[in-house]
Design a protein around this ligand. Structure first.
Ligand code: SAH
Length: 262
């Protein structure tokens, strides 16, 4: 098999949302070729580690601090090994990879990134829902409520919600009352705006709770979901019941584009 990354380097790999078949082919090959894997044990499906070779050294990063993770990555590279740092979903979102890459730069260790399927797209797939519908929303905002990590004032949820569109909230399902209050405070969404919560999208124990901003917080509390879930909000979610208000121009028989004449 062709080598997907050189020895003595780190490959940050997106593991995808949970279903082990939702990693990229490149990410999977990297696991097969790795000599060292450091994976985020809280959300990465350990079934992915079955791809690793017999002799591969595997570390769960959950109990480790940043310096301990870096020590493993750097020592592996200096010993001429191929090192995979396996992150949940896509590594570029809430993955804390920038500080790891910065430290690798400082240690003169080379690295690259393989993207992954982020939780938003797994949730949309589970809902069988398009997130951008003509005449309804053409924008998707991925954001979160402040937790231990603050959110810059300009990105307060009420300010983002004031624009409407489709919103997908990470790391926030444990604060549903605040979340709904902020969304309503924006002035665009109303108590009738549909919302969906997808718990552990693409895992065997996935659960979906749907409602409106009037009742979603109570329904999520009743379902006892307070982590590992995504909150989707916006009028696109009404389309599965109410129908699509406007068909896409892309497949419109009267509309020409580069690959098809009207
Ligand atoms: N890099 C990851 C996000 C890490 S932050 C990604 O791209 O998906 C962790 C948060 O992501 C969780 O608190 C939850 O809000 C969300 N999340 C991750 N995997 C999920 C899944 N399978 N289903 C629902 N939400 C998920």
């Amino acid at each position: 098999m062709a080598e997907v990354f050189p020895t003595g380097t780190v490959l940050f790999v997106g593991a995808g949302p949970g279903d082990p078949e939702l990693i990229t082919v490149k990410g999977f090959k990297a696991l097969q070729q790795a000599d060292v894997v450091v994976y985020a044990g809280s959300l990465v499906n350990p079934a992915l580690l079955d791809a690793c070779s017999e002799g591969c050294e595997i570390h769960d990063s959950a109990p480790l601090n940043l310096d301990q993770v870096l020590a493993i990555l750097i020592a592996g590279c200096r010993a001429g090994k191929r090192v995979v740092r396996l992150h949940t979903g896509d590594p570029a979102l809430y993955g804390a990879i920038q500080e790891q890459m910065e430290a690798l730069d400082a240690a003169a260790v080379d690295y690259a990134v393989v993207p992954g399927v982020t939780a938003t797209f797994a949730a949309a797939a589970s809902l069988r829902q398009e997130l951008t519908l003509p005449g309804v929303s053409q924008s998707l905002v991925l954001t979160r409520l402040a937790g231990r990590t603050p959110v810059p004032a300009a990105e307060e949820l009420s300010r983002i919600a004031a624009n409407g569109g489709t919103l997908c909230l990470y790391l926030s399902v444990g604060m549903m009352e605040t979340l709904v209050a902020e969304l309503l405070a924006g002035g665009h969404f109303t108590e009738k705006t549909p919302a969906a919560v997808v718990y552990r999208a693409s895992w065997p124990d996935e659960r979906i709770v749907e409602g409106t901003l009037a009742n979603i917080a109570a329904r999520v509390a009743a379902a006892d979901i307070d982590r590992q879930a995504l909150v989707l909000v916006g009028d696109v979610l009404a389309a599965r019941r109410a129908g699509v208000p406007e068909k896409s121009k892309l497949y419109d028989p009267h509309f020409s584009h580069g690959y098809r004449r009207a």
